[in-house]
Design a protein around this ligand. Structure first.
Ligand SMILES: CC(C)(COP(=O)(O)OP(=O)(O)OC[C@H]1O[C@@H](n2cnc3c(N)ncnc32)[C@H](O)[C@@H]1OP(=O)(O)O)[C@@H](O)C(=O)NCCC(=O)NCCS
Length: 464
């Protein structure tokens, strides 16, 4: 089987886990003393997920792998490759993948290739490409690949703090997938910049030049789009414009940047004279034809592009924004959570469609690539994936925490980061049964986790 040419390699199944705690951006605005609307309208965010001291990127990834295997009834022996994308450093040597091996060792499966990939928010995409390339290669042995994106995004007090978030996503990879990669259509842009980085190994917080990271993101987007369009044109013999994809999914540090990004693609199509740009819009954009690209990144006036692109944004992008607006930036998981949002919103109506993805990791690494949506066979149908993702239920059952408690949780985590010899509160009241949690770290920095049992959770009151 491995020697045969396989078809439609891509994502067969997905699951998502995020912490049960969130803080409302509106309440955070008041708490931080910023102007009303700065986080909700200015950044476009609704709420933000965060881990408390009993959860971290390891526990979240253990939880999501376990639930994916259970929900789709996959035998752990059928996994042949496991790749993790994460930028949350818990150990400078031991990969998160090795933690996940516990699940497979129990069933006697230790023959699993793959380790962690790390470069800011791009690691999940690197992990996905590794798994897909493996399944398309001569070394594929017929088993499934598994990609896990897991991150907890936390920032020091200041303007970047409301752009945190947390989640883990698992994706099962194999041939005949309902979500297959159109591997020939791709464009990458990689370069050396200091826009967001984590040089202080004693702190979980990044050093971030927010404005520069915005410009770098948009420059990378332009460059990837140009290469993507060129490849498409070469292969298909006709130009590509935003009309040729049904959805655009962007890495989402915060929603405003996603709005700007789609407008940027529209602007690119305008500059390339694509017919998608109607006469009216063309007239509105013509005054900006002479802008240098550097000027165009900074120009306030060019916001007119967001207005003219709005109707297309509403159909092609809006359905992808649900989870990122609710959870915040999940770093490596952010792009795939946006993709999960469109699966949740549209499921089997997506069959036959093309979805363009833009992955960005500061530093910087970025790729634009595309998925083709196919009819999947049960349990790998879009409708079943949407039902297992169970997004509405998971979002609605979250516990809203006042900003003061969120800040306290972050303070405790600052203290615990890189520490040894401590026991957590083991307060699992908010966790659903089957969730992994951190119990203690011993004098040799070894971390210990337990799984919340199936006994009914102690009821907790939602609110403050
Ligand atoms: C994004 C970031 C730079 C914003 O911080 P800031 O400089 O304090 O915010 P700004 O003053 O620019 O305000 C943000 C936006 O809200 C708007 N805004 C501010 N107050 C507002 C209000 N009361 N109502 C509505 N909008 C408001 C601003 O006009 C701005 O919009 P614009 O981007 O269209 O210009 C900061 O949150 C950050 O650094 N985040 C991390 C970024 C990151 O993670 N990068 C790496 C991954 S790509």
């Amino acid at each position: 089987m491995a020697a045969e040419r396989v078809k439609d390699v891509g994502i067969l199944a997905m699951d998502i886990y995020f912490p049960p705690n969130c803080v409302l951006q509106e309440e955070l605005e008041t708490h931080d003393g910023v102007s009303k609307g700065k986080y909700t309208i200015g950044l476009g965010q609704d709420s933000m997920a965060f881990c408390t001291e009993v959860e971290d990127v390891i526990s979240m990834s253990l939880t999501v792998v376990k639930t994916l295997l259970k929900n789709y009834n996959i035998d752990p022996k059928c996994i042949g490759r496991l790749e993790v994308g994460s930028e949350t450093v818990i150990d400078k040597s031991k990969s998160i993948k090795t933690w996940l091996m516990q699940i497979f060792e129990e069933c006697g499966n230790t023959d699993i290739e793959g380790v962690d990939s790390s470069n800011a928010c791009y690691g999940g995409t690197a992990a996905l490409f590794n798994c897909v390339n493996w399944a398309e290669s001569n070394s594929w042995d017929g088993r499934y690949g598994l990609v896990v994106c897991t991150d907890s995004a936390v920032y020091a007090e200041g303007p970047a703090r409301p752009t945190g978030g947390a989640a883990a996503i698992a994706m099962l990879i194999g041939p005949n997938a309902p979500i297959s990669l159109e591997s020939k259509f791709r464009g990458s842009h990689m370069a050396h910049v200091y826009d967001f980085y984590k040089p202080d190994l004693a702190s979980e917080y990044p050093v971030v030049d927010g404005k520069l990271s915005q410009t770098c993101y948009l420059m990378a987007l332009d460059s990837c789009y140009k290469t993507f369009c060129k490849r498409y044109e070469k292969i298909e013999g006709k130009p590509f414009s935003i009309v040729d994809a049904d959805s655009f999914v962007f890495h989402s540090p915060y929603n405003k940047l996603v709005q700007k990004s789609f407008a940027r693609l529209y602007y690119n199509d305008f500059l390339r004279n694509c017919s998608i740009v109607d006469k009216d819009s063309r007239e509105k954009l013509e005054p900006y034809l002479g802008l240098s690209s550097e000027e165009s990144y900074q120009s306030r006036d060019l916001e007119v592009c967001q207005q003219v692109a709005k109707p297309l944004y509403d159909t092609k992008v809006q359905p992808t924004t649900l989870i990122p607006k609710q959870l915040g930036n999940m770093y490596t998981a952010s792009l795939y959570a946006a993709f999960a949002s469109v699966v949740h919103n549209k499921h089997d109506a997506l069959v036959g469609q093309r979805i363009v993805m833009f992955s960005y990791g500061s530093g910087m690494t970025s790729t634009m690539f595309s998925f083709k949506i196919n009819e999947g066979q049960h349990p790998f149908s879009l409708t079943n994936i949407a039902s297992i993702l169970d997004i509405s239920n998971k979002l609605e059952s979250r516990h809203v925490v006042p900003p003061k408690k969120f800040v306290e949780a972050l303070k405790l985590m600052e203290h615990r980061y890189g520490a040894k010899d401590f026991v957590t509160s083991q307060d699992t009241r908010l966790l659903v049964p089957g969730t992994y949690y951190l119990t203690h770290v011993d004098s040799m920095y070894r971390r210990f986790y337990a799984v919340k049992g199936d006994t009914a959770a102690t009821p907790v009151t939602n609110g403050h």
